[in-house]
Ligand binder design. Sequence first.
Ligand code: SAH
Length: 409
Amino acid sequence: MTNSAPAPADPRLDPLSRATPAEAIAEATGADGKVNLLDLDKAGLEALFATIGEKPFRAVQLMKWLYHQRVSDFDQMSNLSQKFRDWLKASTEIRLPEIVTRQDSTDGTIKWLLRLDGGNSIETVYIPDGKRGTLCVSSQVGCSLNCSFCSTAKQGFNRNLTAGEIAGQMWIAQDALAHLKDEGVKHVVTNVVFMGMGEPLLNYRNVVTAAEVFMDDLAWGLGKRRVTVSTSGVVPALHRLRELTDVSLAVSLHAPDNALRDELVPVNRRYPLEELMPACKDFVRNAPRRHITWEYVMLKGINDQPEHAHKVLKLLRGIPSKMNLIPFNPFPGSGYETSSMNQVRRFQDILAAGGLRTTIRKTRGDDIDAACGQLKGQVENRVRRLDETVRVHKASDREASRADDGARS
Ligand code: SAH
């Protein structure tokens, strides 16, 4: 098991496309020449096995061992030929992030600090709630978007996680939960939310591959709608997301007008509400069971007034929606305060009276700092802060100019 940094993404690759099988295999190959099986979804595994003349059903067999039987020792995979097993041993591996610490909250929430390479680490949180078990995964080391109320933002950005590093968070959590089960407590991940560190839509291709692995019945089998991508509004990627996957969507709104949103969620300066809202409408169009979950952090005196609630109602009119109000989780030096519970309820009442389903997010794992916006890994070398953001912007600019050319001709 190695733990070195993955090769930087090839700048020629389109950051808004899915990896081709050949690209996926190249990206999954570590410095030791071994392919990390966690980096590949079913199509990727089929392509990998095709390179040695093995049939696609080998991918099905292998996935059943890995994900259904939870067997990762190739020698125990009795329906695979000895030759194929030998090849798997020599050429592939399950490369997991390394667990640095695990903290268990009194409310059952578990938080892991995971080391990825050199000095980089990320956090992953498991949140049990009745029959539901939600895993909150990270998609980047740090974050480049700089939302003013988020402590992850203060740490800067280093790089995107690989698909295997995202999927590996699930592997680690399920392993731990299987042990809890042995102790007589039944816990399992039923839902995944991309609400840990990072902006998932700035790591589009790896997030989509990992989401496929979470949803695929041959892998973790969560099914549609149980995997939620949360974004602050990277509009070009949002358009693509709808075409390529069955994930659910959460959008971090936090403000009902551009002036305030520019301040709280600076990516709004690039993709203002006039672009974000149509993209969200498109996402749910012709998809009867789809809705959008809006996230709205409650900041005292900033965005929590009745006028804001009325503007929210107007903005979301006609979009199948659920609103999730998140009491601000304070951190030193943030400059913000949490709205009082009375204020949050007043805000909720206005939204509910306007016909918007509105819940107040329970703060979980408070005693282990596992709440929204409190996740801290270790982010090395922050100079690359905006690389990935700029790559996505450039790709979207190229697309816009192609569309203009098309419209003109
Ligand atoms: N980048 C993605 C996902 C990460 S954060 C996004 O922006 O959606 C998950 C949610 O927690 C987001 O809605 C984020 O705005 C919110 N959040 C961040 N910091 C917070 C804080 N200090 N208190 C409460 N919510 C916070």
